[in-house]
Design a protein around this ligand. Structure first.
Ligand code: CS2
Length: 486
């Protein structure tokens, strides 16, 4: 048993002054925000912004709701919602974040979640539920065949899906004649707010509730956003560091680089000023920022992950230390991806690429490629395939853009052959497919591109694209460095 006391309201005063702690009255701060999906990214990113807003005196305390797992409640409940955020740079910095005032697990306390959604003091609902949490079909509609959506539409219990929760929350607001909350998606999907809005409208329609449909479609706001900060998963090294420096036990600290960015479509009403004062960029044109970030940063990340793993690297910084791979990724960003982007006002693409590459090289961060490799079936469409489909339509080269997809195929095949699991909502399908891949490029590419929930049919059917993927696959399989010469 550890003799080190646990971080909580009662022990907060023991934290050394070198570590920043909440400088506001946590007990007095009112909950103004409900957040779905309080994983490491939320706690390192939006919760830090809300902590800044609380410092400035606003009612931005957060009720954090895990849609399924009780892990966060179990770790942070005994800590009164407190946890440590480590900024990993040459000069690291620790800060105890106090923004999470309540930590709930939806299946355990559905009534409390609903009461918060219907609380007049709550104005904002944020979400990081990952790509799969939106329950969308490849065409971007609400997936009515999704088991959680079906259960929610039957209405025989509290909501299970995230769109179901938002619909239920807005229904409660309507019944109480309250204004709707603003729903702010913070996941890495292009046009995240618009997609979520569409899904919740379809949800209300499928419920046959026309009043709710009108309220969601006409009154509720779903701004799109771009969120950015590199957040490696928590590991023992971080837990030990925090224990040493705080002199307290923290069951679930989080870490990120110092850089943070949050760009939100300007639909926040009276709260806009507080967001802007905390450093959030409010804009009318979030799409250009979102696209640039998803395609350049996340696209490059997924490329580094699958190709880097194939080459035996473990972290992003190590992969960037491999000059051939780093050069390949940089060419892909500058030549192929940047060509698919129109610069947003205030966004210089060449400087953005420089900054992203420098962040990837941060030696103070051990961002594991295996973490980025999760959920490839959900990530590749937004990160790589949209860029590729546009390159195809415009007659631009496809060779480099085919490489991460070929590397993903090899990743799936390697995991399947080794009998190792894959973290992906399509894991069963992918592992079965991976076992069938023989190494014959034509047949393997046929089998993988037939996954219609991942590859848009027009792209999958195109002979130029198929040839490019098959060529990259065979090179990566037999002589990986040659795949990087393109
Ligand atoms: C990463 C992202 O894990 C991943 O797939 O690409 O989480 C990335 O670190 C963030 O989007 C950076 O903002």
């Amino acid at each position: 048993m550890s003799l080190v006391p646990r971080l909580s309201n009662d022990t907060l005063a023991l934290v050394p002054t070198s570590v920043e702690t909440p400088a506001y009255d946590r007990r007095a701060a009112k909950v103004g925000v409900v957040h779905f999906g309080p994983g490491a990214f939320h706690r390192a990113h939006q919760a830090w912004y809300f902590d800044e807003m609380l410092k400035a005196g606003g009612d931005f305390a957060v009720c954090a709701v895990a849609v399924r797992s009780a892990d966060v409640e179990e770790a942070l409940g005994p800590q009164d919602g407190l946890y440590t955020l480590a900024e990993r740079e040459a000069e690291p910095r620790l800060r105890v974040i106090g923004a999470l005032k309540e930590v709930l697990t939806a299946p355990r306390a559905p009534d409390r979640v609903l009461a918060r959604l219907a609380d007049p003091a709550v104005r904002i609902v944020t979400a990081t539920v990952t790509e799969k949490g939106y329950c969308l079909t490849p065409a971007g509609d609400l997936d009515l065949a999704h088991p959680d959506v079906q259960a929610d539409l039957r209405g025989d219990g509290p909501p299970r899906s995230f769109p179901g929760w938002i619909a239920e929350g807005l229904k409660a607001r309507l019944a109480a004649r309250l204004p709707p909350f603003v729903t702010v998606s913070c996941d890495n999907l292009s046009e995240n707010g618009r997609r979520l809005h569409g899904a919740v409208v379809q949800f209300a329609e499928a419920m046959g509730d026309l009043d709710l449909r009108g309220f969601v479609a006409g009154d509720a706001r779903f701004p799109s956003t771009m969120v950015d900060s590199i957040t490696p998963a928590t590991d023992d090294e971080l837990r030990d560091k925090v224990r040493r420096e705080l002199g307290l036990e923290d069951a679930w600290p989080v870490q990120r680089e110092r850089f943070v960015q949050w760009v939100v479509e300007d639909e926040l009403g009276a709260d806009a000023e507080a967001f802007a004062a905390a450093g959030v960029t409010l804009t009318r044109d979030v799409a250009a920022f979102e696209k640039a970030k998803l395609r350049l940063l996340n696209g490059a990340h997924s490329t580094l992950a699958y190709v880097g793993l194939r080459l035996g690297h473990e972290t992003v910084a190590q992969a960037m230390g491999d000059a051939r791979l780093a050069g390949f990724v940089e060419r892909t960003m500058r030549q192929d991806i940047a060509a698919s982007l129109a610069a947003a006002e205030g966004l210089d693409l060449a400087a953005y690429v420089d900054a992203v590459l420098a962040r990837f090289r941060n030696p103070a961060i051990a961002h594991r490629l295996a973490q980025i490799a999760w959920d490839g079936s959900q990530k590749l469409p937004f990160r790589i395939l949209e860029t590729t489909a546009e390159a195809l339509a415009a007659g631009r080269p496809l060779e480099r853009l085919a490489v991460p997809v070929a590397a993903w195929m090899l990743f799936v095949r390697a995991r399947a052959r080794a009998g190792e699991p894959i973290t992906d909502p399509m894991a069963d399908t992918l592992l079965a497919l991976g076992r069938r891949l023989t190494g014959e490029p034509g047949a393997d590419v046929d089998a993988v591109l037939a996954l219609s929930s991942v590859f848009p049919p027009a792209l999958a059917a195109d002979p130029r694209y198929r040839t490019a993927v098959a060529d990259a696959y065979s090179r990566l399989d037999t002589d990986p460095p040659t795949a990087l010469s393109a």
